[in-house]
Design a protein around this ligand. Sequence first.
Ligand code: ADP
Ligand code: MG
Length: 397
Amino acid sequence: MLNKKTIDDIDVKGKVVLLRCDFNVPMKDGVITDDTRIEAALPTIAKLSGDGGRVMICSHLGKPKGKVDESLTLAPVAERLSELLGQEVLFLKDNEVVGAHAKWFKYNMTEGQVVLLENTRFRPEEEKNEDSFSQELASLADVYVNDAFGTAHRAHCSTVGVTKFVKETAVGYLMEKELNFLGNAVDDPVRPFAAVLGGSKVSSKISVIDNLLEKVDILIIGGGMAYTFVKSQGGHVGLSLVEDDYLQYARDMIQKAKEKNVKLLFTKDIVVAPEISDDAPFQTVDVMNIPDDLMGVDIGEKTIEMFSEALKEAKTVIWNGPMGVFEVPNFSKGTKAIAAAIADLDAITIIGGGDSAAAAIQLGFSDKMTHISTGGGASLEFLEGKELPGVTAIADK
Ligand code: ADP
Ligand code: MG
């Protein structure tokens, strides 16, 4: 279990609580297109406000690179948050984040009131974790709470630096939930424990494979990264995605799986096409013999069956990375089938990874999984076995 202080361990009545959320929501023309991350923050906000805290929320949005960029203002988030919370959330429009409004509200908020500060990345110091801005943020608050799991792998002023200057710190419910689900699954899994890995590149998942091979009983590899493994075994992969620099690594991993007694499963048959497009003709071939002018874009029927069968015995499943180019409807069948197979299991099922989470939600499986992580990069680093600086910085219980 998590050894960090949580908001259940602190008393916030009458105190100004600086709450770091991850409101880095997708936007199109100033309109929020997916408010999953705002929803996910509600329990913590409601708790702090309900306990009589004076809640000042901060977050980043997009990549304004240390400059004021009006297209990345958090104003629309305050509006959506008010609706979802059922309570007015005032937006404090200080372009310097900690400005006249924030300073005034520090002393004049009522108990239970919730306000939102401007995008922390409008400040050039934020991503450099410079003390000056960390101190300004800290000067607002009696207590600092970090609930921004999606940003926990970054050491920035609003996630790490600020903790040096605030006496009392804790994690919020979302952070606690993410860490407990991912942490228990990886470190104390109900066995058999299976990991399903996919996505585009071996290179981006090296540390995940390496770390999980120490822990899992079954490792399933699909998606674009399978072809580097296939080629490393002498297979003919045509135009498929391959990282030639990682062939030896792939062989080493196969060897490691043998030594650790991990059941390692690869793609058997594969859907191939001349290009990544919904208009492209496609067929299924054996993965060791992909024609020169074609590329693998999805797993085939036999593979779906083999993977689904292997998953049936699993009691814990972690899924990271789609099985094919799921963004193209014709090539989304494998990802959909594996998502369905995982959703059907009587097991703890966890999805980590931005695109896999998006795929599961988009394909309609969200309520059938035990947990879908809201933090793409952070969950990946967690699966790599790395410490998350935003969590490390919080006081221990
Ligand atoms: P996650 O965000 O879940 O960690 P990744 O970012 O590693 O996943 O990979 C997602 C991407 O992998 C998707 O955009 C998908 O189109 C791509 N992908 C999956 N299979 C293939 C394939 N066979 N060829 C090329 N790209 C693929
Ligand atoms: Mg991704």
